[in-house]
Ligand binder design. Structure first.
Ligand code: ZN
Length: 56
C-alpha cells in the first residue's frame, strides 16, 4: 500500500481548509454553510463580520 503525500490537490476530507478571521484573528475551519462562497469568507462568525464592518 503506497502512501500518497500530495499536498495542494486531492485533499482528504478530514483535512478541511482553514482561514484566519480578519476580525478576531482566530483560525477557523471550513463549514458546510460556507461551501458556496468559501473564498469570500473572511470572518469566523456573524458577530465578527458585523464588528469588522463597524468603523474603528
Ligand atoms: Zn472572528
Amino acid at each position: 500500500m503506497a502512501t500518497q503525500a500530495s499536498f495542494g490537490k486531492g485533499r482528504p476530507p478530514s483535512q478541511r481548509p482553514s482561514k484566519v478571521c480578519a476580525a478576531c484573528g482566530l483560525p477557523f475551519t471550513w463549514r458546510r454553510k460556507w461551501a458556496r462562497d468559501w473564498e469570500q469568507v473572511r470572518y469566523c462568525s456573524e458577530r465578527c463580520r458585523k464588528q469588522a464592518r463597524r468603523p474603528a
